[in-house]
Design a protein around this ligand. Structure first.
Ligand code: FAD
Length: 468
């Protein structure tokens, strides 16, 4: 096989692409990875999951140090914030992880090409390097994993300075005095909380009547109440209409109940979703047509309409989540070599990394009822959990939704500290068709906040031990 001929070429090195490349190499495929950025890891590692979680962690440390630390008997004066240093910690984390992916490519003998990849017909990929040098790669199979980018509002265009996306909002060089966040989903809430904790006045404008609208009402109401306490000012059922500039100030305009409202802002973070990244990809050269949302249509095996060309991750339908992209990358490659890889779309956990965190899997109570399923619901407040009381983590609850007839767990929603970790055991039970009783009879270590999950499972049949 000549130097630029491969069994598998992956375009895009995000969690979908780089994991697919590793799985390909593990299965004996001569694999190439094409990435237009200087660093590997995609949105997730460079400007998404990882930097946002690093900022959430640092800002939480700062917030807790300045709020309520005296209760622990710790007092000090002259607390100050060095934002440059805080950002450096985030950048070091990102660099470490991106470097880790580069190392994994080496150890798995995956050939990395840095340049813009585009399809040029058949199963060939043109790579245009930053220097202008172009080369052609031939692959038996190609996986498109080019991810997504922020959606821009036509009346609120990104200018990189005042109207920004998450990419700029994870790297402000000073704490904005007034930050307006448009969109109360995961990214808007996480970054809104980061800057509120660091001292910004944060207004969150949401078109829908509730925040985190994908979760059950009791979860979104609890979240709204707890985030308000941390300084987020919510404006729900409110429609942003534009931005004007007056007397050196930026004024965001919005409408609620037919009335115009104005918000002064140093920065406006628009976080209303992301769109698949299919520009300049040469899709027309292989006659692939995108759908109404610019996504690449694929079948159950991630095959596009073009022979030998597959697509995974944010660029295809489904929730735009890193772990969904990873699973699809693995399943796609396993299908390519004739194995039976699959992604269980019913069990993709969804997490918002606020404080408390919000996590769900499977059907919520509302959706289950909408589908006409007869359910029983077990709910347990963290206020009844010993470890939560000992560690200031009593906010929130865990809720298990089970089928009334079979007791099989259909879904769960958890709002609490560490909800992102707690949801994993429920996913595990559900993956194997577990019942609420199975979960309720599983021994959980004491004292752990995970005991609240067992209690919620016990509550499905009214048997919770520690609920007031
Ligand atoms: P991406 O990670 O977007 O990677 C695509 C890669 O392809 C990029 O590196 C891009 O440069 C490259 N590329 C594009 N076009 C070309 C081309 N023509 N040639 C070569 N290379 C190309 N998800 C979670 O699950 N949990 C979270 O906590 C979370 N937090 C997030 C926070 C923020 C602020 C953001 C923005 C996103 C977050 N996400 C989170 C979403 C997550 O980042 C994405 O779902 C995930 O990165 C998608 O992976 P992917 O492999 O499909 O694409």
């Amino acid at each position: 096989m000549s130097e630029n001929n491969f069994d598998l070429i992956v375009i895009g090195s995000g969690p979908g692409g780089y994991v697919a490349a590793i799985r390909g190499a593990q299965l004996g495929l001569k694999t190439a990875l094409v990435e237009k950025s200087k660093t590997l890891g995609g949105t997730c590692l460079n400007i998404g999951c990882i930097p946002s979680k690093a900022l959430l962690h640092s800002s939480e440390v700062y917030y807790h140090t300045s709020h309520g630390i005296a209760d622990h008997g710790i007092t000090f004066s002259n607390l100050s914030l060095d934002l440059k240093k805080l950002m450096k910690k985030k950048e070091d984390t990102v660099a470490k992880l991106c470097g880790g992916v580069a190392h994994l490519m080496k150890t798995n003998k995956i050939k990395v090409f840095h340049g813009l990849g585009s399809l040029i017909g058949g199963t060939q990929v043109n790579v245009k390097e930053e220097t202008g040098t172009e080369l052609t790669l031939s692959g038996k199979n190609i996986i498109i994993a080019t991810g997504s980018s922020p959606i821009e509002l036509p009346f609120l265009k990104f200018d990189g300075e005042t109207v920004v996306s998450s990419t700029e909002a994870i790297a402000f060089d000073k704490v904005p005095e007034k930050l307006v966040v448009v969109g109360a989903g995961a990214i808007g809430l996480e970054l809104g909380l980061v800057w509120a904790r660091l001292g910004a006045q944060v207004d969150v404008i949401e078109f829908l009547p509730s925040i985190v609208a994908a979760f059950d009402k009791d979860v979104s109401k609890t979240a709204e109440r707890l985030f308000k306490k941390q300084g987020l000012n919510f404006h729900l059922s409110t429609k942003v209409t534009g931005l004007k500039h007056s007397g050196g100030k930026h004024i965001l305009t919005a409408e609620k109940d037919g009335k115009t409202i104005e918000f002064e802002a140093d920065k406006v973070l628009v976080s209303v979703g992301r769109k698949p990244h299919t520009d300049n990809l040469g899709l027309q050269s292989v006659a692939i047509e995108t759908d109404e949302k610019s996504r690449i249509p694929v079948n159950d095996h991630y095959k596009t309409s073009a022979p030998g060309i597959y697509a995974i991750g944010d660029v295809i339908a489904g929730p735009m989540l890193a772990h969904k992209a990873e699973e699809e990358g693995i399943a796609c490659v396993e299908r390519i070599v004739g194995q039976a890889g699959h992604t269980n779309y019913d069990l993709i956990p969804n997490v918002i990394y606020t404080d408390p965190e919000i996590a769900s899997v499977g059907l919520g109570e509302t959706r289950a009822k909408e589908q006409g399923i007869d359910v029983k619901v077990g709910k347990f407040n963290f206020a009844g959990n010993g470890r939560a009381i000992a560690t200031d983590a009593t906010d929130g609850f865990a809720k298990i939704i089970a089928c009334k007839k079979t007791d099989r767990i259909l879904g769960a929603q958890v709002i609490s500290k560490h909800a992102s970790e707690l949801i994993a055991s429920i996913v595990g039970h559900m993956e194997y068709g577990g019942s609420a009783e199975d979960l309720a009879r599983t021994i959980h270590a004491h004292p752990t906040v995970s005991e609240a999950i067992k209690e919620a499972a016990l509550a499905v049949d009214g048997n919770a031990l520690h609920s007031a």
